[in-house]
Design a protein around this ligand. Structure first.
Ligand code: ZN
Ligand code: ZN
Ligand code: ZN
Length: 269
């Protein structure tokens, strides 16, 4: 069965502290360019009337309002750092509207951390107040079939931690990483769109940089690449002017059509 075409909406393109950064007066944090205002990193994948969220950032409420998300069918987690999970409680309005549990997918260690941080959600005690209604499901690297589109977990190294990026059809979203193992590189061929962490120019122990992610793009040759998880070292306009035309900086609100059934397919829009 052919996979559906999908739309990606960038809900947040910023690093863990967001841009502008609290207390900073640098040229990027004070920039008037709306593309320099970056909430914490997350995307929404939407197809066939379904909405799949990757990560629930501390800005999730703002992001959901801004993107006018009206229902949520599943959440995939990359890892349990605060900038990727702390908005989980804000899925409650979707529970109120949908009246069923929302499946959440994460590696076992990530799920354990989520269950520790949001203990009140998972302890199985009936509450007098409303809590998120979630159906936790552990992922182990096998593809996840969600409403006709397969999401393939891609192991990537985030410093010493192994976390997941996700490939779905012709797109892949690889946030926080310092290294992509060779076996994972092999799972990233023939992409239409590749999202990569590119925190800043200077090396960082747990994140990719602009130079490093350019090299990844050169090795994988996706049709288009977008850098994300961006800090305040990169002003959108200038940083983008230094990149080749098939590599762009993601920005909050960016929407892309991707073909769910690649190799080599051209985008729909
Ligand atoms: Zn992060
Ligand atoms: Zn700054
Ligand atoms: Zn992280």
């Amino acid at each position: 069965m052919p996979e559906p075409s999908a739309k990606i909406i960038v809900l947040g393109s910023g690093t863990s502290v967001g841009v502008p950064t609290i207390g900073c007066h640098c040229s990027v944090c004070t920039s008037e360019d709306p593309r320099d205002k970056r909430l914490r990193p997350s995307i929404l994948v939407t197809y066939g009337g379904r909405n799949i969220l990757i990560d629930t950032t501390p800005d999730f409420r703002t992001q959901a309002l801004r993107a006018r998300i009206e229902h949520l069918d599943a959440v995939l987690f990359t890892h349990a750092h605060a900038d990727h999970i702390m908005g989980l409680d804000d899925v409650r309005p979707f529970n109120f509207r949908q009246r069923h549990q929302i499946p959440i997918f994460a590696a076992e260690n990530t799920m354990k951390a989520i269950q520790r941080v949001f203990q009140y959600v998972f302890e199985g005690v009936r509450k007098e107040t409303n809590i998120p209604q979630l159906d936790p499901r552990i992922i182990d690297g096998a593809p996840i079939d969600l409403f006709g589109l397969q999401f393939l977990p891609i192991p990537i190294l985030h410093g010493r931690d192994s976390i997941y990026g996700f490939r779905f059809g012709g797109a892949a979203y690889l946030t926080d990483h310092s290294e992509i193992p060779d076996a994972s590189m092999d799972q990233l061929r023939d992409l239409d769109v590749l999202f990569l962490d590119a925190l800043r120019y200077k090396p960082h122990p747990t994140h990719s940089t602009v130079d490093r992610s350019i090299k990844t793009v050169e090795r994988l040759s996706p049709r288009r690449a977008f850098f994300t998880h961006i800090g305040h070292d990169l002003g959108h306009e200038r940083a983008e002017s230094l990149l080749p035309p098939h590599i762009r900086l993601a920005y909050d609100g960016l929407e892309l059509e991707v073909n769910g059934h690649v190799p080599g397919a051209s985008p729909i829009a």
